[in-house]
Design a protein around this ligand. Structure first.
Ligand code: PLP
Length: 375
């Protein structure tokens, strides 16, 4: 059996090697390493795929979030509502810009921010909501947009884990996740569902004015060459990454289907195991399974992890410490410390390997190993 990994990028690459190698050679020959034509081509293609007007590429997903917040003109002290149950980048960027992260609890089914808790956390200083579509399942983005509209707040979607996912609104219309908010952000970190071969990220919006501001912030606050109107950053997607992403974007739906097949196999295998709660999938959404994350009931997670490791089955805890308990936020005010769902799920969740290259014998081995531990 091929060794099991959380994500098998090597085998994925082997299937697209001829195209990728040729495209990278073309970049080398052209020497257009920065802002080569493929960067613009990829942005347009991703815009078409998502159904959004503007896609502004940048250097990584963390920059995407930072640039989005800078472009919205958020000021030090402004409060930004976000989940604590997420990868740290979301909260870190808020604090870096001297904004105040206000953490709210999550929905125990979806692991995503709970709209009712958002409503309770709004104060006159609240300026924005940053929901995270965690593990490939969207937050309840329609409810979040309703709240934002009523309170006149900006919404930046952190879509680093859910690209390709879609959400059907109550009126029956379906849109891609990441295109509901005023701004959507994503990451092309190699292990993400649409990953490049290095760092990369992108920002999406339908708003022309915002798009112009985002472009300006991402490019040293420059309005025309060597005229800098505002303090910005330098954040670009390089041409090598763009050619890889152009190839992989064509395969994204196929990649999602492969991930969903793995998830289905796990769901079926674990359906009648009392110690396992399998991931919830809202009927109006497409879960793209960036992670397949279980909740354990009355089973020892540490022991399960070491048992699996002995059987060469990797597993991960995403994330062992929620943002509100990280040292970086010690002593910061306006941080909600009472997040019972977040704290409980942090201790109960475990993520299993899910990727585009999983074999049946690998799956069987993982399932068999988990079942033999729990029996
Ligand atoms: C990966 C990730 C990011 C950051 O992306 P980078 O490209 O690594 O900077 C932000 N938010 C979430 C939820 C992520 O999973």
């Amino acid at each position: 059996m091929v060794p099991i990994q959380m994500v098998d990028l090597k085998r994925q690459y082997s299937k697209i090697k001829p195209q990728v190698d040729a495209a990278i050679m073309d970049v080398l020959e052209s020497a257009a390493f920065i802002n080569g034509a493929p960067v613009q081509q990829f942005s347009q293609e991703l815009g078409q795929y998502l159904g959004t007007k503007h896609v502004i590429p940048c250097a990584n997903g963390t920059d995407a979030l930072q640039i989005a917040m800078m472009a919205l003109g958020l000021e030090p002290g402004d409060e930004v509502i976000t989940p604590s149950f997420t990868f740290i980048a979301t909260a870190e960027v808020i604090a870096l810009l001297r904004l105040k992260p206000v953490f709210v609890d999550i929905d125990p089914k979806t692991y995503c921010i709970d709209p009712q808790e958002i409503e309770k956390a709004i104060t006159p200083k609240t300026k924005a909501i940053v929901p995270v579509h965690l593990y490939g399942h969207s937050a309840d983005i329609e409810a979040i947009m309703d709240i934002a509209e009523r309170h006149n707040l900006h919404v930046i979607e952190d879509n680093a884990q859910a690209i390709g996912s879609h959400y059907t609104k109550k009126d029956g219309t379906t849109k891609k996740v990441g295109t509901f908010g005023h701004i959507g952000c994503t990451s092309f970190f190699p292990s993400k569902n649409l990953g490049c071969y290095g760092d990369g990220g992108a920002i999406f919006t339908d708003d022309d004015t915002l798009a112009a501001r985002i472009r300006m912030v991402a490019n040293h606050g420059q309005s025309q060459r060597y005229y800098h109107d505002t303090v910005g950053v330098n954040s670009r997607l390089d041409t090598m990454q763009a050619v890889v992403l152009r190839i992989k974007l064509q395969l994204l739906d196929q990649y999602i289907a492969s991930r969903r097949e793995v998830a289905n196999a796990y769901d079926t295998a674990f359906a009648n195991i009392p110690q396992i709660i399998t991931p919830y999938q809202a009927p109006n959404q497409l879960h793209v399974f960036h992670q397949y994350t279980l909740q354990l009931e009355g089973a020892d997670r540490d022991k399960l992890q070491s048992f699996l490791a002995e059987k060469q089955v990797p597993s991960m805890i995403y994330y062992p410490v929620p943002a509100h308990r990280q040292k970086m936020f010690e002593g910061m005010t306006a941080i909600n410390q009472h997040l019972p769902v977040t704290d409980t799920l942090t201790g109960k969740c475990i993520s299993l390997p899910v990727h585009t290259e999983m074999d049946r014998d690998q799956l069987d081995h993982i399932i068999y190993s988990i079942k033999s531990f729990l029996n």
